[in-house]
Design a protein around this ligand. Structure first.
Ligand code: SF4
Length: 433
């Protein structure tokens, strides 16, 4: 059987491209689909299409199409599903959005996978081959990470990605921030691969720079310590995500730096402790942010600091307050987005109950649009504030101001800022909502 796996882009991005927008390199490959490809029994032939780097060929000869989707790419996933359904090809949709909204996804395809693919994908392929595809495939338990097969990286067109070498060591997060879909999809129990296996995989990758896609690589400090020790001497540099909950641990941070860590994405979210507590992220303590960032900088780790706008307890001065903080703390790469009540999260349920969801076009659930009624401001002002913050922080002057004094990190962090500027400024200067 010929199996086609598709990672759709956002619909507006595909439409812009059809109007002549240039296709840029994608930041990362879709590792989850490479893992699904690895689960496919070897007698079947797998082809992978990542729409971020190549077009979907609707005439592609295949016997089964599997599509994954986040919420913002769900409308495009449904278009692609419809294209293949019209040809009579069985179509399956999985991923975070279909897991949160299986009934909706089923209106566009033959079957959905709810939850992780491990433990169900092999059965689904078998059923498709035998012509007895069921409507819903749901994993009974979370996957044992020690048994997850190595991703099919042979399917990748490496040259089309900024960072082609991605690795996953753990799944799940022990925290339960109300806006985040990680705990809902992967659970709060941390499941990990053996540190020795992860270190061996990192060493085997062709590139010098590796990205850990774990939502929180430091969530179990003893595990992180073991992994980092095994990476020392591997000759690799790596980037990943971590929460402030453990970044007060100087010993762990020093070890991360010695193991090759060059930048960490940290979800700071807000400069209001009240807002942070409201979304169950009270372990982020605003008064410690600058010390945490300095601690990372002192060992040579750059900070990709993420903030969201639209929390209930914030006023319209939030944009200036946040960009000024990014300057003062010398955040290497500030990331700003709009708070988004993704389906399946507690935040979505709360806003739904309060009657505050004002936009149900999933393609707007991308962090760039306001899809709920904010308190104390209007959707227009919120979106314009986001654009103003991006324009300020990614002006050439501010990039240099923030990066002033970073010495050894300057070339790499400047390159990341300029790459981000290439995407952010055209979007932020676009008129209208
Ligand atoms: S936002 Fe980060 S810390 Fe919070 S639940 Fe999600 S992954 Fe965990």
């Amino acid at each position: 059987m010929r199996v086609l796996l598709v990672s759709p882009d956002r619909k507006d991005v595909v439409e812009a491209r059809s109007r002549g927008s240039p296709r840029l390199k994608a930041p990362f490959p879709p590792l989850s689909l490479l893992q699904v490809a690895a689960l496919t029994p070897p007698e079947h032939q797998v082809t992978l299409v990542d729409e971020a780097v190549e077009d979907v060929d609707f005439g592609f000869p295949c016997d089964l199409a599997g599509i994954t989707a986040f919420t913002s790419s769900a409308p495009r996933a449904y278009d692609i599903a419809s294209g293949f359904c019209k040809r009579g090809i069985p179509v399956v949709i999985g991923g975070m959005h279909a897991s949160a909204c299986p009934e909706e996804a089923l209106q566009h395809c033959d079957a959905v996978v709810v939850g992780e693919a491990e433990g169900v994908w092999e059965r689904l392929v078998e059923d498709a081959w035998e012509g007895r595809l069921q409507r819903v495939y749901s994993s009974e338990d979370y996957a044992d990470m020690r048994a997850v097969p190595a991703p099919r990286r042979d399917l990748l067109r490496r040259e089309r990605y900024v960072l082609a070498d991605t690795v996953q060591a753990t799944r799940g997060c022990s925290h339960d921030c109300s806006f985040c879909s990680v705990a809902a999809f992967f659970g709060r129990r941390i499941r990990s691969r053996a540190p020795a296996a992860v270190a061996a995989e990192v060493r085997s990758l062709p590139g010098r720079l590796v990205a850990f896609v774990d939502d929180n690589i430091t969530t179990v400090p003893s595990y992180a310590r073991d992994l980092f020790e095994r990476l020392i001497g591997a000759g690799k540099k790596w980037v990943g995500q971590a929460s402030t909950a453990v970044l007060g641990n100087s010993e762990l941070i020093g070890l991360a730096a010695r193991s090759g860590c060059r930048a960490l994405f940290v979800g700071l979210e807000s400069l209001s402790d009240t807002a942070l507590k409201r979304v169950n992220k009270g372990f982020n303590v605003v008064g410690t942010f600058k010390d945490t960032i300095k601690r990372l900088h002192d060992v040579g780790i750059g900070v990709i600091g993420s903030f969201m706008f639209g929390f209930d307890f914030e006023d319209e001065a939030v944009f200036e307050r946040t960009t000024r903080f990014a300057d003062e703390a010398h955040i290497d790469v500030p990331q700003y987005s709009i708070l988004t009540p993704l389906p399946g999260t507690r935040l979505h349920a709360e806003m739904e109950a309060e009657g505050r969801i004002i936009d149900r076009d999933w393609s707007h659930y991308d962090g760039g649009h306001v899809v709920f009624a904010p308190r104390g401001t209007t959707p227009e002002k919120l979106e314009n504030g986001l654009k103003a913050a991006l324009k300020y922080s990614y002006s050439r002057v501010d990039i240099l101001r923030r990066l002033f004094g970073v010495s050894a990190r300057l070339p790499s962090m400047l390159a990341v800022n300029l790459a981000f500027r290439r995407r952010a400024i055209p979007w932020a200067t676009r008129s209208g909502r």
